[in-house]
Ligand binder design. Sequence first.
Ligand code: SF4
Length: 733
Amino acid sequence: MSKAREAKAAKIRQLMETEGDAVNTGTSGFNQGRYESVQTLDDYEGLKSEARAIKEDAIERLPELIDELRETVEENGGTLYIADDADDANRYIREVCKDKDAERVVKSKSMTSEEIEVNEALEHAGTEVIETDLGEWVLQVADEAPSHIVAPAIHKSRDAIADLFNETFDPDEPLETAEELTMFAREQLGELIEDADVGMTGANFITADTGTIALVTSEGNARKTAVVPDTHVAVAGVEKLIPTVEDLQPFVELIGKSGTGQDITSYISLLTPPVESPTVDFDDPDTPITDGETDRDYHLVLIDNGRMTMRDDDQLRETLYCIRCSACSNVCANFQHVGGHAFGGETYSGGIGTGWEAGVEGLDSAAEFNDLCTGCSRCTTACPVEIDIPWINTVVRDRVNRGDVSELDWLVEGLTPDEEPGGVSFQKRFFGNFETAAKVGSFFAPVSNWVAQSSISRNLMERFLGIDARRELPAFQRETLVEWFDARGSRVENPTRTAVLYPDVYTNHVQVERGKAAVRALEALDVEVVVPDVRSSGRAPLSQGMISTAEDHAHDVYAGLSEYIDAGHDIVVIEPSDLAMFRGEYEKFLPEQSFERIADSSYEVMEYVFGLLENGADADALSVVDGDEVAYHSHCQQRTLGLEGYTEAVLSDLGFDVATSDVECCGMAGSFGYKSEYYELSMDVGSELKSQFQTDETRDRTVVASGTSCLEQLDSLLSRPTQHPVQLVAPSR
Ligand code: SF4
């Protein structure tokens, strides 16, 4: 393994060991809360679309809204400052503190203030800064960085926090329980807030019409921070602006439910500073010292720091719709196992962290963790503003590839069949061009398989391609599915429908038996099947960030299938990640009409079988059983498309007793689990699936899974054979 890969693997291993359990416990709890909480909404999808439309409109009209906000803030008696970048913002905030002779600033949780590193800037100028959010305060005491955008200390267990407090503060009685820790922090922070000269908050939303800021927190200290000191500085990115107070409604409904699974977060404060509530003399708290007069000072610092450039960037603009709820972190299988200290950049972490880091810090920071997004797409349905987070990650990956030009690119470019101009690593080129390797592998099989398995080959593959020697390689079949079908032909005499069985690269070259089973199952249900030689979908290059190559595949696939679509054929797809291309990413690559034709004609194979049975096909023509027990794992992209229920329904209707896993991802995720720097993380993620299939209830069940990656991972995790569900239901001949 190269030194860089070994260093990355070591960092991931260390974080899995030290922080993984705490992050997993926290994110799993948030996730479970989200599942339950969003169910209480009458129209969850409608609310998400409403929130999305507000953000789209706000970012479109941002300059105009900033002008409107300036007027309202000034009318309210405050000051609006637009900071170009972190230095500009810090200079302004330092001046405010200097004018107030501020010795202490108390600060509530704000990722934007982390982004500009205002603590360091103020402390350098001699002003003490105290974090008042419990999690942030824990990290300030521990001198650590946040690992989650909502729960910054999620990586620390209660025991670790108790040890930290006991060692640092040496309380009379050692602190132990969560309640004791919280009470201790509340007392300490309460006193610090009372004596502070300036209170600094973030803002989850700012309304242009009234200058209202919305603070969404799970603790009360943000509100105290805003209203106790007589000077309030609110720091936020310019993207936090929305047009009106009424526009807050869908966000207030969604943000807590999406992030931590709370029906409504404990504190939603709507403040229109400078607030009119009187400042308080804590020695005489019953007597307002200002009698309600508004002698407060309020500064709203809106930060650009790359955001206006993101707004002009057609691919990164969507990042600005993010409301920082953390759902994309919580739902991400890799994040659940390593947390934001691996899956994060200088400030932002998790799925959308790549977009933020690329926009505000630059590609180098995003490149650090971008490959931890496997494109599983589980975050897309969790995001309350419908951001296509995997696409942003793919775009950033593509840009990182292109910015990383090596001296050997001229050689690689001449040897590889992709469309990439340069910069793509050997490893990514190999996986992105897997179809070429598969063609060669099948052509020379079984010799190619024997050579590939030799220890010399495995060492070379690990050294030059970063393919982990512990991972079993797929065995290529000499006769591809297309060749088998060409020789066999169709065997339906009176078809009710006609369909193309799309020969994805794995079914065509490796898992040929599942392709044959699909043909038999469809023919048993009176479908005339053809298996044309069509190019691979482009999923492989896309997952490596090779967008141009993926687009080239999309055009070739459409060209290969369009004549069949014209002739009324359905397109049946076995591999869920390819179906997700046809129904999803192809929208970005093909003309609208072409995309709609292929998307509307395509079906996942078990979805198609379900439809045939629902429309009168004879189920007895398939393999009907009596209570055979199966353990089923649906593919992540299949679940995102809402299709896992079809497989469960078909299996149940045919007499199988089905137990379905509920893990977000098997951990293999295409090429991810092959890469030596990620192999151990892949297996760690997979361990949850393994344990679900080894309970008393599941350990003797036949294992079926829909995706190639899932099947490969299950083969590694379990000692039982695995198969695609269509192999269970297909007649044997
Ligand atoms: S991208 Fe979506 S899910 Fe992720 S933090 Fe932002 S709003 Fe939440």
